[in-house]
Every structure is written in structure tokens, then in C-alpha cells.
Write a protein that binds this ligand. Structure first.
Ligand SMILES: [Zn+2]
Length: 84
């Protein structure tokens, strides 16, 4: 069973993810602060963003744009996420 998290986005205590969905600091941040439901919503939204803006995940600039959008969507603080 995944641990319960107090989700930064929906502000509810809900089951979190079983493991960090991303590498580095961003993955740890999501694991500790985002519930599984909100992460699933972000996955859908990110797919739409990627399609809409033609983002290429191999492109570091596009990846950083997407990380920024993710932090806004999930209401995560910026400060700790830069290292990832
Ligand atoms: Zn949530």
C-alpha cells in the first residue's frame, strides 16, 4: 500500500504513489506531496500539453518547460525542485 500524503493540489489526505514517478528532486517532491489521483490528472494534462505545444522530451528546454508546468499544476513549491 502506498503511504497517505497530504496532497498539495487537492489538499486532501489520499493515497500517494508507490514510487517516485520522476528522477531527482522532482520525483521526491511529487512522491511526498501529490496523491495518485492528481498525478493521474497531470499525466493526462501533460500529454495534452506535449501534443498542443509539440514538446520533445529529448529537448532539455522542453523538459524544463514541462517541469515548470507540472509544478504549477500540482501546486508544488519551486525552491526545492531546481536540482532535479
Ligand atoms: Zn490530490
Amino acid at each position: 500500500m502506498p503511504a497517505t500524503v497530504l496532497c498539495a493540489r487537492c489538499q486532501e489526505e489520499k493515497p500517494g504513489l508507490e514510487s517516485a514517478p520522476l528522477g531527482g528532486a522532482n520525483g521526491a517532491l511529487v512522491l511526498e506531496n501529490v496523491c495518485a489521483d492528481c498525478w493521474a490528472e497531470w499525466r493526462e494534462t501533460s500529454a495534452q500539453l506535449i501534443n498542443h505545444h509539440g514538446l520533445v522530451l529529448g529537448n532539455p528546454h522542453h523538459r524544463s518547460q514541462l517541469r515548470q508546468a507540472m509544478r504549477e499544476f500540482l501546486a508544488l513549491d519551486e525552491e526545492e525542485a531546481e536540482a532535479g
